[in-house]
Ligand binder design. Sequence first.
Ligand code: IPE
Ligand code: IPE
Ligand code: MG
Length: 262
Amino acid sequence: MTFDHVDYRSLDVPAAPFSQPDRIPDFPKNKVPRHVGVIMDGNGRWAKKRGLVRTDGHQAAEPVVFDIIAGAIEAGVRYLSLYTFSTENWKRTPSEVRFLMGFSRDIIHRRVSQMNAWGVRVRWSGRRPRLWKSVINELEDAMEQTKNNKVIDVVFCINYGGRAEIADAASEIAKEIASGKIKGTRVTEKMIAEHLYNPDIPDCDLVIRTSGEQRTSNFLPWEAAYSELDFVPELFPDCGRDVLWRAIDDYVHRDRRFGGAK
Ligand code: IPE
Ligand code: IPE
Ligand code: MG
């Protein structure tokens, strides 16, 4: 879905380009997933199909990201985790990595006032070492500016790896055991959950991956252990809030058993 009449790049957009109320699907309120994760994949293939360079695909993804945030707000999603740059993405060419770092930094900078106007609380999940300092600075600035917003938490997963997150939690626990802050040596699931990057954020209910790939690529292995999965064929730059809504519509009909039995 595209909204050609909306200038997404404008810094002065006061409110979300929200849909007409009658267009927003009427999901049963108590069934909307509280926390949705999106693996935004397929930018490179989208560009290649058009004879463009991979970075053009990343650029084409920007309006889609904000359309999905607007759609998540409309649907009543409370937490939205966006897989933006993985700990494995450093394997790409130096020029693509440079582009992705600079582009992430610039998007956060350019869009923070828009997100603030929408009631978005900006969050970050990821590892500090190796991540560009300028990206961390923009994230920290955006998190500070939006810390009192309560419409939706949008978690940018940048230099995020699920195994790294669990290893980092384990290191913190080891330190606290060594210093005596934690008594004994028994590590519980609760302790690990409390030492993740954002322990206040509830488990992920629904993970959507675009571009047809059916894997989770190290995204939220702990938080999404019981998540519903939806693999959609569209390349990310071809997506929009309609893809999110379709996934939610499917999700509300699923039977989540969590190991129990009826
Ligand atoms: C997703 O698109 C964006 C990032 C991983 C940063 P890709 O760049 O992975 O695009 P494909 O999968 O090569 O098409
Ligand atoms: C996952 O996509 C990472 C992000 C979307 C940021 P990749 O394109 O890096 O994943 P693989 O390599 O296909 O598993
Ligand atoms: Mg990919």
